[in-house]
Write a protein of this length. Structure first.
Length: 173
């Protein structure tokens, strides 16, 4: 980037919304990393895509350690390029292609850089209108995201009770 372009960028920062500033901050932190060097530099040199969101990068890292086909549950998978900044995989058994987010509530959601802000607002109990204003998204987007995020813990409920169950009677005589 030229010095003139950099100064224009600095001048444009004043016009950014709070959500855009948050996204910019996340992008800069992701680019610099903890050690001060671009974390994606080695990955980009190797042809691997960088993720826009730290939480998505964590999900991808955990998935890459033990990839599993979401369709047939096979562990026989191979790397199959990338799409939308996510590594793709192909199952050798059923030939399905997928990524780390396939089959999760986060699949096919856009604006990854705002997900953590929305999840924090959900944990804080903030209303949808305030969340939408804070993140600079439409209220219907905030509503849809909220229900997607709440779908994950709902699916984690055990089907069968397990362990010791105690029951007692508390009658006074």
């Amino acid at each position: 980037m030229t010095d003139d372009g950099f100064h224009k960028l600095l001048a444009a920062i004043e016009a950014l919304t709070a959500a855009q500033l948050t996204a910019l901050d996340a992008a800069i932190r992701g680019r610099l990393g903890a050690a001060g060097a671009p974390p994606g530099a080695a990955a980009e040199d190797a042809g691997e895509p960088r993720s826009d969101c730290a939480s998505v990068a964590d999900i991808e890292a955990r998935f890459a350690a033990k990839p599993l086909c979401p369709r047939c549950q096979s562990t026989k998978v191979a790397k199959w390029g990338s799409a939308n900044c996510l590594k793709r995989y192909r199952c050798k058994s059923c030939k399905a292609t997928f990524n780390a987010l396939t089959g999760t509530p986060l699949a096919q959601l856009h604006k990854r850089e705002l997900w953590t802000g929305h999840a924090q607002a959900l944990a804080d109990g903030i209303s949808l209108r305030k969340v939408a204003a804070r993140l600079d998204v439409h209220p219907s987007t905030a509503f849809r995201w909220r229900h997607r995020f709440l779908k994950a813990p709902k699916a984690l409920k055990p089907k069968v009770l397990d362990g010791i169950v105690e029951a007692g009677c508390c009658q006074e005589l």
